[in-house]
Design a binder for this molecule. Structure first.
Ligand SMILES: [Zn+2]
Ligand SMILES: [Zn+2]
Length: 426
């Protein structure tokens, strides 16, 4: 039997509700903050990611799904969405055509990584990108939006970590600093970090290996190298966060795994998740658009993995705290003639917006009622030939077992009252 490839997962009907919930809440919150959805292709030219994410990052070096098409073009399944959104932004000149270039996305990404809890090879991300402003207040707005989103999702007890990775000039000073500090201990670094020392020393701070981590912890942090204007930018982000009553921790070792960040970087952390505890992360990337041959336009964005959000929601809620919003009806019939009449009745209920299931296996009434329980139907309509002759149905309340006769003409009215008036939806 063929199974799904390692690192991929079917999302089955019993899990889909939480996905819909996260997707709906995300769209609502992003739109409240002025973002519009963009959908970019799942694959792009490989070069886009090499240029956009950086050639010396783990993503580009080890984790991309790259293939050649029939004409020999190099294509890659997107490992993240920022490079694609920037590509689309430039290709369609959205800087000229879209007065408010705040974009959000939602979709699958692909990275060849070791699968673990909350991390698949095909994983889902939600995220936003805002173009055109380097105002530090916008950085705080993005963080406030993420915390608003998580609070709507029922996730609390989060920590906000922020830092600045500086601009091109002060970051280069810091890189030199790193090289000077680490070169004498080069032999103690892992083989990856030895390469990074020459190509991209900042990435050494991301290395998960114990030796590299302990060496990195002795390096002076980047805040000591920030230039005046980068330092001011970070201070102003903090002023806005304070104004919004958002607690935060400045973490000078937070550099993030992507090359394109400048100035603010941040992570939203859920400590209940253990080692992989960032539920959202992002930052400013004021040079990326120019680096991709576009105009000099600043931008800031974030991304969050849906699988990890689900773990976090499950940790925040106990199962019975979630509302059971199931609203459904089951039709049980006692003869083929009743089955025929029944489908007409439920068609009317479905047109009125009620969710109705019926039996298609000609089972006994008893087993139909069992199935209604399994489907957590609120009511079962029982229809036999006697009821048909009186133009009535028997309705069984599946919660208390009470039964009542209702005229077929009054069915719609009856369920509106049961579900929406007594159920307090009006
Ligand atoms: Zn600077
Ligand atoms: Zn290392």
């Amino acid at each position: 039997m063929i199974e799904a490839p390692r690192g991929t997962k079917d999302i089955l009907p019993n899990e889909i509700k939480i996905w819909h919930f996260i997707e709906e809440v995300s769209r609502k919150i992003f739109e409240i903050y002025g973002y519009n959805e963009i959908r970019t292709p799942i694959f792009e030219f490989t070069e886009l990611f090499m240029r956009g994410i950086g050639e010396f990052t783990d993503i580009v070096n080890k984790e991309m799904y790259t293939f050649q098409d029939h004409k020999g073009r190099n294509l890659t399944l997107r490992p993240e969405n920022t490079a694609s959104v920037v590509r689309a932004y430039l290709e369609h000149e959205l800087n000229k055509n879209l007065p408010n270039a705040k974009l959000y996305y939602l979709g699958p990404m692909f990275r060849y990584e070791r699968p673990q809890a909350g991390r698949q090879r095909q994983f889902w991300q939600i995220g936003t990108e805002a173009f055109g402003s380097d105002n530090p207040g916008l950085d705080a707005e993005v963080i406030a939006m993420i915390l608003h989103l998580f609070s709507e999702l029922g996730i609390s007890n989060l920590e906000t970590h922020i830092n600045s990775v500086g601009c091109n000039s002060c970051r280069n000073d810091y890189k030199l600093d790193l090289v000077n500090h680490l070169s004498p201990q080069k032999e103690e670094l892992c083989s990856d970090c030895k390469v990074k020392l020459n190509k991209n020393p900042l990435r050494i701070l991301d290395c998960k290996r114990k030796n590299c981590r302990s060496l990195a912890s002795k390096i002076p942090s980047i805040d000591l190298s920030l230039c005046k204007s980068c330092k001011e930018h970070l201070d102003q982000v903090c002023d806005y966060l304070k104004e919004l009553n958002i607690n935060y921790i400045v973490n000078p070792y937070l550099v993030r795994g992507l090359d394109y960040y400048t100035h603010t970087t941040f992570e939203i952390i859920d400590k209940s998740l253990g080692a992989q505890n960032a539920v959202a992360a992002g930052g400013r990337y004021n040079n990326l658009i120019a680096q991709m041959e576009g105009p000099d336009i600043p931008a800031i964005g974030f991304a969050a993995g849906i699988e990890r959000i689900i773990l976090s929601i499950k940790n925040s809620f106990t199962s019975n705290e979630r509302n059971d919003d199931n609203k459904s009806i089951y039709l049980a019939t006692t003869s083929p003639k009743a089955h025929l009449a029944g489908i007409k009745i439920i068609q009317e209920l479905r047109k009125a917006g009620f969710m109705v299931n019926m039996d298609w296996t000609s089972k006994s009434l008893k087993s139909q009622l069992r199935r209604a329980h399994k489907l957590r139907a609120n009511f079962t309509i029982i229809l036999g030939e006697e009821e048909i002759s009186k133009h009535e149905v028997e309705i069984k309340n599946m919660k208390d077992g009470n039964q009542i006769r209702v005229s077929i003409d009054k069915l719609n009215e009856y369920f509106v009252k049961k579900f929406y008036v007594e159920g307090k939806l009006v």
